[in-house]
Design a protein around this ligand. Structure first.
Ligand code: DP6
Length: 356
């Protein structure tokens, strides 16, 4: 019996304008548009292979070597849409194998620890949808497929593209216009880099789906965020990316992370994702920018305490010198600055900011 297979990888994306809130939980439609930067393929990614055959008896999923249930609604919603599209192809061409009727075996592996609190569901669902779409030889483009990945996990729709990506919230009730589009390919602004500061590898206490529902239901600040703050910022952040304007992009990224965490605090009972160490990172970033009298680095935090820093490659040495000295841990990195120069920097910095 023939077994058909296809594989793909999907990278993690980190939002710089946060998706937080659903207007329709069933179709996973957001209350606001969002923007993210997709990390490079060889950094954090999910590798997924999908196989199908007439002889398979049931759908199965292995995640990082462990068999997982494939019965959860989100995965089922994605598979149902993909099978529906395959079925359309089969009804147009009777010679095609009837894969839409067959069971699937899916194997998925992250190259980073799932428990590190990094957006693993985004890469996971993106890879699942693209792998099955490849297996089924679907003609749909990435934006069309992103509508399906969205049903798996909202943020997943953005991981179908590399570079700088917008998820347009759309207006239609059926969600047909709620999909991801690329704002700029990675090659168009390749100097952008991301560093992840793992503050804690403990699993987050309030899962994002649950957290955002609580915010929508209880936060007054949230209403202000989605009606007046985010729509304007969405347009401006896209502009900043198109113009490769790092200081503007960075300022909006930090403000949006703060605005999102403020709505978490304004939820009732409040949700705390960032902790004291995260707050130290926030202060440090502002101090570094003040020290250089220029915005060279931005922080952002998702639904957890780990920081993602965005900076331009040309500033990596400067930035890491501080992180190295002050946080004492930058894996696999040694400063290239000569010791005297580095200590000079840090001493001035520490004297200037010792009370902050
Ligand atoms: C803070 O995409 O995980 O990372 O759609 O319920 O699966 P569900 O939520 P999810 O939420 C991500 C929230 C966020 C912000 C973002 O990625 O935009």
């Amino acid at each position: 019996m023939t077994v058909y297979t296809a594989s793909t990888t999907a990278p993690v994306n980190i939002a710089t304008l946060k998706y937080w809130g659903k207007r329709d939980a069933n179709l996973n439609l957001p209350t606001n548009s969002s923007i993210s930067v997709t990390l490079a393929q060889d950094d954090l990614r999910t590798l997924t292979s999908a196989a199908t055959s007439e002889s398979f008896e049931k759908d199965t999923l292995w995640l990082n070597g462990k068999e997982e249930s494939l019965t959860n609604k989100r995965t089922q919603d994605c598979l149902q849409d993909l099978r529906g599209l395959r079925n359309q192809l089969e009804s147009q061409d009777a010679s095609l194998p009837k894969m839409s009727q067959w069971r699937l075996h899916i194997v998925s592996e992250n190259n980073f620890p799932t428990a590190a609190g990094l957006a693993s569901s985004a890469a996971g669902f993106a890879a699942l949808v693209v792998a099955v779409a490849k297996l089924y030889k679907l003609p749909q483009d990435m934006s069309e497929l992103s509508r399906i990945a969205r049903k798996g996990s909202g943020s997943a729709c953005r991981s179908l593209f590399g570079g700088y990506v917008a998820w347009e919230m759309g207006e239609a009730e059926d969600g047909l216009d709620s999909m991801a589009v690329q704002v700029l390919p990675q090659e168009a602004w390749p100097e952008m880099k991301a560093a992840i500061l793992v503050v804690s590898d403990v699993k987050k206490d309030t899962p994002s789906t649950q957290g955002m529902q609580l915010t929508v239901a209880t936060s007054d600040l949230f209403k202000e965020r989605i009606t007046s703050i985010v729509p304007k910022r969405f347009v401006e952040m896209k502009e900043a990316i198109e113009n490769r304007d790092f200081p503007r992009f960075a300022e909006m990224t930090m403000k949006d992370s703060n605005s999102f965490h403020a709505t978490c605090l304004d939820s009732y009972p409040p949700i705390f994702y960032i902790n004291d160490t995260s707050k130290k990172v926030i202060r440090l970033v502002h101090s570094i920018n003040a020290f250089f009298n220029e915005t060279i680095v931005a922080y952002t935090f998702d639904a957890g305490p780990n920081a993602v820093l965005y900076y331009l490659e040309k500033n990596e040495e400067k930035l890491f010198a501080f992180l190295y000295k002050l946080l004492h841990q930058v894996k696999g990195w040694e400063p290239k600055y000569n010791k005297e120069q580095l200590n000079g920097f840090i001493n001035t910095f520490e004297n200037q900011y010792k009370d902050k």
